[in-house]
Design a protein around this ligand. Structure first.
Ligand SMILES: Cc1cc2nc3c(=O)[nH]c(=O)nc-3n(C[C@H](O)[C@H](O)[C@H](O)COP(=O)(O)OP(=O)(O)OC[C@H]3O[C@@H](n4cnc5c(N)ncnc54)[C@H](O)[C@@H]3O)c2cc1C
Length: 472
């Protein structure tokens, strides 16, 4: 027999949890992993804590902020980000376009000259690919020193085969006056991108640290959260899903259905692949969507903490294996013992490539971290671990916008909404995922107010004379 709820929520990342926290008894949440949170989980190596990937919270709207503050109380501490960009021509604060003073003077002048040209003599042509977009936004000099090498390393695909839009997370050309101010005065504190960040700072000895505290708080509000429940297929006509409970292929399966609507935060290509009714042509097109994984390497280091390294540093040098070093103790000083610190290393890879061997990669990471000066003599790496975050970064190819739209419209026709960073197949931060989840649930509740103790079965679930429930 198929058990039914009003709403099924697939995935207990922030999107699914935000929705479930409002829907209460009306929703069941199905999550593959043994802990909720999706990307927003925190790993512990002894007394050292690491987020799965770096996570700083930026509120984008007052209502989401209110909901999260109500849930988390005083746990969130202000954490305005200080980030740096390492290039072969100098070290600049992030975003580099606002802090050109960090580059050597020749490079700084070249960057200003090219940006001035773009500002005062804007090109007539529109960019047709990502590489052109970068050059038409920042100018050739800044592209040569940072934008091109960094993005080649980040995407590991030809930049002229990527779409000119979609990669909006770190791409903004400020007005020229701000660029000039950031170039002439080393003391200028130009308004940074997303300057008001927040991070949990629980008391000493707390059983959990890191950004995972947010999904934990949300999950407490979800009435029916089922962990280690992997959705393996979706029957859109029957409004039900097949779920594998527990690990391994031998694990039992159950059917769970929905009466009113389904919200999925699974990666869009996964959802389409497991939908029985999805046309083969749509499945085939969705298989062409590509993405990058992040391989995170966590290093628990005993030794003096680096002084003012910033929260994270980007590395554009293509001979270095990582794109970013993240200094967890800058987010929460108690995420490591006082005589040590937690370093999280971010490496991106096309997801279609095989996973690297952990020992080989960790050895390479250690060598490169030492090269950039963050393992001075006297430091000891007391523990290390590698894990995979997959998917991590959606790749915007020249064709994919239409595929995404067609897939989302197909699902909407069956009252299935695909939301979240991977459900919408986009770049989005935690705040917009929370917002989307809360909004979706609020909208659902507005149009589907709870019935007063009257359970109305769907026509197809009614048992007719002479039938048992099992064969109905
Ligand atoms: C490297 C990196 C850095 C980031 N840094 C920041 C940052 O600093 N600040 C910020 O605001 N945002 C940041 N983000 C973005 C943020 O992590 C995401 O926007 C957000 O966590 C996405 O939440 P979600 O619920 O949409 O997706 P997810 O977290 O992916 O949740 C989807 C859930 O579905 C589950 N699932 C998948 N398949 C199945 C299945 N078949 N059956 C059942 N369950 C399934 C997964 O296990 C997962 O729990 C970063 C992201 C990355 C990759």
């Amino acid at each position: 027999m198929t058990e039914r709820r009003d709403v099924l929520v697939l995935g207990a990342g922030l999107t699914g949890l935000a929705a479930a926290s409002l829907l209460g008894e009306r929703a069941t949440v199905l999550e593959r992993e043994s802990r909720p949170g999706g990307l927003v989980r925190t790993e512990r190596l002894g007394d050292y804590w690491f987020d799965h990937v770096v996570h700083l919270l930026y509120f984008q709207d007052a209502e989401t902020e209110r909901c999260i503050r109500d849930l988390m109380g005083d746990l969130l501490a202000p954490c305005p980000p200080r980030a740096w960009v390492e290039t072969t021509r100098g070290t600049a604060r992030f975003p580099i376009q606002l802090h050109l003073n960090g580059l050597d003077s020749e490079t700084c002048v070249a960057c200003l000259r090219d940006m001035a040209e773009l500002t005062f003599r804007p090109p007539a042509a529109k960019p047709t690919n990502f590489e052109e977009m970068l050059e038409l936004t920042f100018g050739k000099a800044l592209c040569d020193v940072f934008m091109f090498p960094y993005n080649r390393k980040m995407w590991k695909r030809p930049l002229n085969e990527l779409a000119p839009s979609g990669f909006t997370w770190n791409i903004a050309r400020p007005d020229f006056e701000k660029v000039l101010r950031g170039a002439v005065s080393p003391t200028t504190r130009a308004p940074a991108y997303n300057s008001a960040g927040w991070y949990p700072r629980p008391e000493e000895g707390a059983p959990v640290r890191g950004m995972e505290l947010m999904p934990i708080a949300l999950a407490e509000k979800a009435a029916d959260l089922r962990l280690q429940h992997t959705v393996t297929s979706v029957d859109l006509d029957d409004q039900s899903v097949t779920v594998r409970c527990g690990g391994g292929p031998e694990a039992p399966t159950i059917q769970v259905g929905y009466n009113e609507a389904m919200l999925s935060s699974l990666p869009l290509p996964t959802l389409v692949r497991i939908c029985e009714q999805a046309p083969p042509e749509l499945k085939e097109r969705c298989e062409r969507l590509t993405w990058n994984r992040v391989v995170s390497v966590a290093l628990a280091i005993r030794g003096p903490r680096p002084e003012a390294p910033g929260h994270w540093r980007y590395y554009s040098d293509e001979s270095m294996v990582f794109t970013r070093l993240i200094f967890m103790h800058e987010f929460d000083p108690m995420c490591a013992p006082p005589e040590g610190w937690s370093l999280l290393v971010e490496i991106t890879q096309p997801a279609e490539e095989p996973m690297p061997d952990a020992d080989t990669l960790i050895a390479r990471v250690l060598a490169d971290v030492a090269r950039v000066g963050f393992l001075p003599p006297g430091s000891e790496v007391v523990a290390s671990k590698m894990w995979e975050v997959n998917p991590a970064y959606v790749v915007f190819s020249l064709q994919n916008q239409q595929i995404i739209e067609d897939a989302i419209n197909f699902l909407e026709a069956y009252r299935v909404t695909s939301l979240g960073r991977y459900g919408s197949w986009e770049y989005s931060g935690m705040s917009s995922c929370l917002y989307d989840g809360f909004q979706w649930a609020a909208e659902f509740l507005r149009f589907n107010p709870p019935a007063l103790d009257v359970v109305v079965p769907r026509e197809k679930d009614l048992v007719r004379d002479g039938e048992t429930r099992e064969n109905a």
